[in-house]
Write a protein that binds this ligand. Structure first.
Ligand code: NAD
Length: 424
């Protein structure tokens, strides 16, 4: 009987939530004790102090992390989050989910994640650049095209990835675009990467509506979070003919039963940075928004927003998890018992981002670039295959869709570890 001897380093609500998901999946597939703990726990992490000079001449030290959960199946892969509530436990949970996600969709990657405790909205553009470059400078010996490949997440974007790629390249003495993905096209970014996560969310939501025989043109959608994933999901859902009736960001939401003017909202956010005071509908709180009557609900902000407090009151038909970990274990149980909501679990639903990140990395390593049609065709092909494998697993073992997705992802990582032995 193996038993991990672990510290409380990662202990947090969100890490415990990811561990409970893992335990449930490991039990469901009878994962042997000998392989369990080394599949479950992160392989290694780095915590760094990041001093930067402020606009007023003072110096502030920020704290940053990178957690590499699994290095057995290829370089690790995962975004970098800039947010005031980042903890190493949250980063570890996100790294764990990246492992199952990459494995589920068949990418030759392990999972990783990074984070810095900072509210990027409080930094000047110059301070943001200094912090981004400083973070990569501290990570130079920990990441790399064949070790660990970061990407954008909450609070980071393609501009930041460009600064990080430049910092790494300057350090190694040659241009190394494959060290991060989600870069500007001018620096080797992929066509379609910016919209990939949202495009994947919307594509899968449409596919599940078709399975349910719900006409897409009669469907309504509600999207929480209007950053990269939320805004691109909303636009792509609308592109399929759905009416997006509510959107939100951390300043609150907008509800319009006639449909939100999304390009107008996007332009507004481009200039105002937030949705606050956008006049495209009635104001609505984030809590009320999640309980709106709609066909498709897309949480696309932070984790743990669907809880045992609101799960019983959701009024959607499809819950498309654009965010990572938006549904707590307790909420998951309530939704399962209700049986009237189709959940597209995060590891499947938002995998479009890492799939096109993989394409970007391939293009960088081969210096051969694809057009957008090719990127999108290949993305939807991988999503179709992953969806089919999840549905097959779900039917075969009478699992929930989340359990089906997690067991597939976890099994493949465990198999690779079994083949390789104890070291990786
Ligand atoms: P982002 O920073 O571009 O956008 C985040 C959005 O969420 C912003 O509109 C912000 O205002 C909003 N938000 C923050 N706190 C909120 C709150 N308490 N209530 C409501 N809205 C809030 O980040 P993103 O890249 O779009 O990531 C969103 C989610 O999608 C995260 O869970 C992330 O891990 C996940 N994800 C991102 C990608 C990617 O490619 N960027 C890929 C897969 C999954």
């Amino acid at each position: 009987m193996s038993k991990a001897i672990v510290s409380s380093l990662y202990d947090s609500d969100v890490f415990r939530m990811a561990c409970r998901q893992f335990d449930k999946a490991a039990d469901a597939i009878n994962l042997p004790d000998a392989i369990r703990d080394r599949t479950k726990y992160p392989k290694r992490c780095l915590a760094v102090a990041l001093p930067i000079k402020r606009a007023d001449g003072s110096v502030t030290v920020f704290e940053g992390y990178r957690v590499q959960h699994n290095l057995s199946t290829g370089p690790s892969k995962g975004g970098i989050r800039f947010h005031q509530n980042v903890t190493i436990g949250e980063v570890a949970a996100l790294a764990m989910w990246m492992s199952w996600k990459c494995s589920l969709v068949g990418l030759p990657y392990g999972g990783a994640k990074g984070g810095v405790i900072v509210d990027p909205n409080q930094l000047t553009p110059t301070e943001l650049e200094s912090l981004s470059r400083r973070y990569m400078q501290e990570m130079v010996n920990f990441v790399g095209p064949h070790t660990d490949v970061p990407a954008p997440d909450v609070g980071t974007n393609e501009k930041i990835m460009g600064w990080m790629m430049d910092t790494y390249s300057n350090h190694v003495g040659h241009v190394e675009p494959a060290v991060v993905t989600g870069k500007p096209i001018a620096l080797g970014g992929s066509q379609g990467r910016k919209e990939a996560t949202g495009a994947g969310v919307a594509y899968l939501a449409k596919k599940y509506l078709e399975d349910l025989r719900i006409p897409v043109a009669e469907a309504t959608a509600v999207v929480q979070g209007f950053g990269n994933v939320g805004s691109e999901s909303a636009l792509a859902l609308a592109g399929y003919g759905m009416k997006v009736i509510a959107i939100s960001d951390y300043t609150g939401g907008i509800y319009n039963p006639k449909g939100i003017d999304l390009p107008k909202a996007q332009t507004y956010v481009q200039y105002q940075r937030v949705l606050r005071d956008f006049d495209g509908g009635e104001p609505i709180s984030n809590a009320d928004l999640l309980e709106l009557n709609c066909t498709v609900l897309v949480p696309a902000a932070l984790e743990r927003v669907i809880t045992d407090q609101n799960a019983g009151r959701l009024k959607c038909r499809v819950l498309a998890e654009g965010a990572n970990g938006p549904t707590t274990n307790a909420a998951d149980k309530i939704i399962e018992e209700r049986g009237d909501i189709e959940v597209i679990p995060d590891v499947l639903c938002n995998s479009g981002g890492v799939i096109v990140s993989y394409f970007e990395w391939l293009q960088n390593l081969s210096s051969f670039y694809w057009d957008r049609d090719e990127v999108m065709r290949k993305l939807f092909g991988i999503l179709d295959k992953a969806k089919d494998s999840v549905e097959y697993q779900k039917r075969k073992f009478k699992f929930s869709r989340r359990l089906a997705a997690l067991t597939l992802g976890i099994q493949r990582v465990a198999d690779a570890k079994e083949c390789r032995g104890l070291f990786p």
